[in-house]
Design a protein around this ligand. Structure first.
Ligand code: PLP
Length: 424
């Protein structure tokens, strides 16, 4: 084993440290496996209930009328998330698109959108119009309000109550921290927030940005009364096999609005060729609980390894997990770049390239991204990224297998050590 790691340039000190950390994590890993086991059964049951068949794997083209696979897939998603309806499409290009779709489909001029959990994910700033952008909700007369979290990361219930007004139509709750160092919320916590919001204004739509959260817990936000739940298929629920796509699950009337917006009023869910992707979507969902578990183990391992070396990590080594993202505060641009180089060098694809900081569309500062993925930008695959601004946080996620995640993290440490950014 030592030689196999040495072949990747990993020195014995690094491996020893990694093995010591891993040894202490047996109990955590076994809990993660239990969640994966439960979610595997949930997914399988839904597939059987909806009679997934060989015919579901076939491709439709053109308009895509009567696509058995697409319709069955959407029924399966609705079952897994315990919702009335689902929209699961290759034509939803990414997570941001899925969120923009759900928002623009369910908001009308004069309505107000509220984020009760502080600033939303960077790319939503243009969608909402926080940063002026053509086509933003703001241009269509949808106003926006945001309530910051309290300093300890909890919800500011008083401020949320006073922010809700007669115009408030939709509340967007982001489960995962994204590019922030606030805590990720557990599904239970999200449920408390939704109950509170509905007690203040029962008819408000509660929508959850579920990116990176799927299958990390046994329950999903739709199990605690979220009206809509939205995510990307090149994250957890695609299981690494979905090459693109997004999903929206929730109450029928709200999901239908999304379908009318995605395709056209009058057409809705009836059109949208699946182009041979149904198999990837089904098989990806089938693998998603296991793949998510591998990524989660990687995140827990990284937290404990870097914490032991004196770095600030969010979440910390022991706290419970509600998404697959691990933030590590590296403290220097050199550290951030070295970390990303290590992740890149561990990849199955493009392992020989060197990641460089770059200006990315939708982001406010230069960003460095490491990814050697089978699918472009897939972040359920091992990847790391971070904005080139102090305190130089890296956001690490994914790994289709735990062993790959482990190798990537050890290589990140090896690169950091070589760059003089950490002493072992
Ligand atoms: C990834 C992510 C998004 C956006 O997804 P893209 O597919 O990159 O557009 C939105 N919200 C959160 C919390 C995310 O992690």
């Amino acid at each position: 084993m030592l030689q196999a790691y040495r072949d990747f340039g990993i020195r014995e000190e690094v491996l020893k440290l990694g093995e010591a950390v891993e040894n202490d994590l047996k109990e955590r890993f076994s809990k993660i496996d239990q969640t994966a086991e439960y979610c595997q059964l949930k997914v399988l049951k839904a597939m059987q209930e909806h009679r997934v068949s060989e015919g579901c794997m076939e491709a439709s083209t053109g308009y895509g009328y009567n696509d058995l696979g697409r319709e069955t897939l959407e029924a399966v998603y609705a079952s897994v998330f315990h919702t009335e309806d689902a929209l699961v499409r290759a034509q939803i290009t990414c997570g941001t698109h899925a969120l923009a779709l759900a928002l623009s489909a369910n908001l009308r001029p004069g309505d107000e959108l509220l984020s009760p959990v502080g600033k939303p994910y960077d790319t939503l700033e243009s969608v909402i119009g926080i940063t002026p952008a053509p086509g933003s909700l703001k241009e269509y007369g949808v106003s926006y309000r945001q309530v910051e979290l309290l300093p300890d990361g909890s919800f500011d219930y008083d401020a949320i109550r006073s922010a809700i007004n007669e115009k408030t139509r939709l509340v967007e709750i982001q489960r995962s921290k994204g590019y922030a160092t606030r805590p990720t919320f557990s599904v239970t916590k999200i449920g408390e927030l939704i109950s509170f919001i509905k007690s203040v204004k029962p008819d408000v739509i509660c929508m959850v940005d579920n990116c990176y959260g799927e299958f990390v817990e046994k329950i999903e936000p739709t199990d605690v009364r979220a009206d809509l739940c939205v995510g990307s298929l090149i994250k957890n629920p695609g299981g690494g096999l979905a090459p693109c796509g997004g999903y929206i699950v929730g109450k029928k009337e709200y999901v239908e609005q999304c379908a009318y917006r995605l395709t056209s009023p009058g057409l809705g869910k009836e059109v949208g060729a699946s182009l041979g992707l149904n198999r990837n979507f089904f098989q990806g969902l089938f693998f998603a609980p296991t793949v998510t578990a591998g990524a989660l183990k990687g995140a827990v391992f990284a937290a404990n390894l870097y914490e032991r070396l004196g770095f600030k990590v969010v979440p910390n080594g022991t706290e419970s997990r509600h998404d697959i993202i691990q933030a590590v505060t590296l403290g220097s641009a050199e550290g951030l770049i070295a970390f990303c180089k290590g992740i890149q060098a561990a990849a199955p694809v493009d392992s020989y390239v060197t990641p460089e900081p770059w200006a990315m569309p939708g982001y406010q500062s230069d960003v460095i991204m490491a990814a050697g993925a089978f699918y472009q930008g897939s972040s359920i695959e091992l990847s790391a990224d971070g904005p080139l601004i102090p305190p130089y946080n890296v956001y690490f996620q994914g790994g289709l297998t735990w062993y790959h995640a482990k190798l990537g993290i050890l290589m990140s440490l090896e690169e950091m050590a070589r760059a003089g950014c950490v002493s072992l």
